[in-house]
Design a protein around this ligand. Structure first.
Ligand code: GAR
Length: 267
């Protein structure tokens, strides 16, 4: 058996994926242990699930930080080590026409919240951070302070759609409204974009004519609870390797992409 990894989680809501990961650790299906659970939302039901399992929890109230900055300009104070120009140049999910002031406000308020997250997480020490229904975009400020070695990313996310289709906040809803005949979920490492990082695993399900948004959410979540622990275990076993690959397209254009290779067991 490989050595147990230390896993931290960030959540915003009910925490059923968190529960699946905790139970997999307890049953030995993941060679790991959940060492903290943080949330941006004080009312997240997942906090209760963690507390019941004796896992330390904390909250960084994003809503309140953002609100305070809106109403009191003296509260709008970026962390000392925050570099706006660097964050703007790296962040890739702003559409080109977003105005500079809004971008600035977004990046500073998120970095303020992220500095608090980093501070809360510091005492625990962890190998992997799992985003389990964490409904906030993380900025380069946070990502670079976790992924110290860029060739070994260690922030994983689960998304309720077959990426790269339907990034954003309502993957199952978007899949349903598009009239897709297949839906699914994806686990990926995060990068500076919105749900764009290298894909680790995916599961798909059929959408039948009588399915509703609720029924496809149920089908999807059931698959999420299997997929996420499996991907975490691959990480624990050291079987996930990110590699840069270059493809030559028909036009002669070169396409460079970072992908995840899953190594065979027992290496
Ligand atoms: C899950 O469906 C997860 O894929 C989704 O939120 C839900 C959380 O459920 N995540 C996102 O949409 C991230 N953009 P849970 O709190 O019961 O695990």
């Amino acid at each position: 058996m490989s050595k147990k990894i230390r896993i931290g989680a960030l959540i915003s809501g009910s925490g059923t994926n968190l529960q699946a990961i905790i139970e997999s650790c307890e049953k030995g299906k993941i060679d790991g242990q959940m060492v903290f659970v943080g949330s941006d939302n004080p009312d997240a039901a997942g906090l209760e699930r963690a507390a019941k399992c004796g896992i330390p929890t904390f909250v960084v109230n994003y809503k309140s930080i953002i609100h305070q900055c809106k109403i009191a300009s003296e509260k709008f104070l970026p962390p000392e080590d925050f570099d706006l120009a660097e964050a703007v140049s790296k962040q890739s999910f702003f559409v080109a026409d977003t105005d500079a002031e809004k971008t600035h406000f977004f990046l500073v308020t998120r970095a303020m919240a992220e500095a608090e997250l980093l501070n809360e997480m510091k005492p625990y020490g962890f190998d992997l951070l799992v985003l389990a229904g964490f409904m906030r975009n993380l900025t380069p400020y946070f990502i670079d302070r976790i992924n110290l070695d860029r060739s070994h990313p260690r922030i994983m996310n689960i998304h309720p759609a077959l990426l790269p289709a339907f990034p954003g906040v309502d993957g199952y809803g978007d899949t349903f409204r598009y009239g897709c005949k297949v839906g699914g979920c994806s686990v990926h490492f995060i990068d500076y974009g919105e749900d764009t990082g290298p894909i680790i695993g995916q599961r798909a399900f059929q959408i039948q004519p009588d399915d509703t948004i609720d029924s496809i959410k149920k089908k999807g979540l059931r698959l999420e609870w299997e997929l996420y622990p499996e991907c975490v275990q691959l990480f624990a076993q050291g079987r996930l390797k990110t590699v840069k690959v270059t493809y030559t397209l028909g036009s002669g254009k070169q396409l460079e992409r970072t992908i995840v290779k899953i190594l065979p067991p027992g290496r």
